[in-house]
Design a protein around this ligand. Structure first.
Ligand code: KE4
Length: 427
């Protein structure tokens, strides 16, 4: 007898490519039938077959407060009672832009969009329009959404599916995207000098979250800021994951770097489709209708998403869950490491606050190539074991796990116990 998840997936494949609306959800890299979710509550997900999971995907980052947070639900219900979209200006979008700008001083002006991809795409177009230069530098393994300029040696689903980039991207577009190595300043310097005065921007995930989790080495981000300043190249921080996640002020607060442009998404939508990009006034004023660089969106600044995002950020600012997120992240990391030593294995574990990733490799993972040494087959077997034990991890070695404010220390304990049994079963 097929489970409902299996039934729905079989049906889905008749109408939706690969049966999914985003490739990584297909569970193809872990060789399993994907689960279909019925509802979420706090740290828990419940699938359509009644299975309960402790969730470490959190919708890929947005749900830092956990699922169906009562305060967000209440805000949404009050908002939708007054209509859902007007295609006109509303007070909440002004209030939200002001709140974000107060927390991200580098974002003197902010434009709302509907996804992280739109944010990064628009930021790069603006950088090109502002500088009059065509080329950009990205880092191998970084993922900035599915915009054409970014699907070159990208992370996340592109990496998970082992795709060589993506057909459909013109040679001209690909030629304008140069690839550097994360944590290797010389690789950036070489490209900047070899393409003098031709590079509009360097775009980076300040903490890499799409090749698994890789942290910047001491001085890397500062060096990048200095290099880009010298070359009059804009530095774009893609903080779609790290924004409001690593700290209220994101990676730019943690590492003390002022980028020229910042891209946000995920958390600022409070579970709704939202992205944003912003930065120095002298740059943002080139954006239509003030300037000539065009960018637009039917649902940009949608009032429901704005209210949900605003309420989420307000709670993060007023309740400061970050110390507790750090404590829970530490407890999980410590437990996973203790399990490894009890079982006589030593896999790499990277963590940044409530973001974590175990790489199934014996090497430290400080460079993309280290992440590539991970045993993805072993990861898949581990993933399946954890799933049967009620722990819902990201279905890919090249993604990051997220602890939410709704996770309890009891959840962490249960996860550590499941980790021990799962590791034991696969090594
Ligand atoms: P979206 O267009 O998916 O909202 O955001 C694109 C994006 C941009 N920048 C970073 C750093 C991102 O991580 C993302 C999207 N993240 C992936 C998973 N890590 C989304 C999951 C998916 O593609 O289904």
């Amino acid at each position: 007898m097929n489970s409902l998840s299996e039934t729905y997936f079989a049906e889905a494949k008749k109408y939706i490519p690969g049966g999914v609306n985003s490739p990584v959800r297909a569970f193809s890299s872990v060789g399993l039938n994907p689960v279909y979710i019925d509802r979420g509550e706090g740290s828990r997900l419940f699938d359509v077959d009644g299975n309960e999971y402790i969730d470490y995907v959190g919708s890929w980052g947005p749900l830092i407060l956990g699922h169906a947070d009562k305060r967000i639900q209440e805000t949404i219900q009050k908002t939708i009672a007054r209509g859902t979209s007007f295609g006109a200006n509303t007070e909440i979008e002004v209030r939200f832009a002001r709140l974000i700008s107060e927390i991200y001083p580098s974002m003197e002006r902010i434009r709302m969009v509907n996804s992280g991809t739109e944010a990064t795409m628009s930021a790069v177009r603006l950088a090109r329009g502002y500088t009059g230069r065509d080329k950009i530098i990205k880092f191998e393994g970084c993922y900035h959404g599915h915009g054409d300029s970014f699907l070159i040696k990208a992370g996340s689903g592109v990496l998970t599916l082992g795709l060589p980039g993506s057909p459909g991207i013109t040679r001209g577009t690909a030629a304008d995207t140069l690839i550097a190595e994360y944590n290797n300043l010389d690789s950036v310097k070489e490209l900047l000098l070899a393409n003098k005065d031709e590079i509009a921007a360097v775009i980076i995930e300040p903490v890499m979250g799409n090749a698994g989790l890789i942290l910047p080495q001491e001085g890397f981000l500062k060096g990048l800021r200095e290099l880009t300043e010298t070359e009059n190249t804009l530095l774009i921080f893609d903080e779609v994951i790290t924004g409001f996640r690593l700290a209220l002020g994101g990676a730019q607060q943690v590492y003390g770097i002022r980028p020229d442009l910042t891209c946000l998404g995920k958390i600022i939508g409070g579970g709704f489709p939202v992205g944003a990009f912003g930065g120095a006034r002298r740059i943002m004023e080139h954006l239509a209708p003030e300037g000539p660089v065009y960018q637009a969106g039917t649902l940009a600044g949608n009032p429901v998403a704005m209210q949900a995002g605003y309420r989420t950020v307000q709670i993060l600012r007023d309740e400061n869950p970050y110390p507790a997120l750090e404590e829970k992240g530490q407890a999980l990391e410590r437990g996973f490491k203790e399990n490894q030593s009890k079982l006589g294995v030593s896999f790499a574990q990277n963590r940044a606050g409530s973001m974590f990733c175990r790489f199934f490799t014996g090497r430290n993972v400080e460079f993309y190539r280290d992440a590539m040494s991970a045993d993805t087959k072993l990861f898949s077997r581990y993933f399946a074991q954890m799933l049967t034990r009620g722990i819902y991890m990201a279905p890919s070695q090249f993604e990051t796990g997220f602890v939410s404010a709704a996770h309890s220390l009891q959840d962490i304990k249960i996860t550590i116990a499941a980790d021990y049994d799962s590791l034991k079963a696969v090594i």
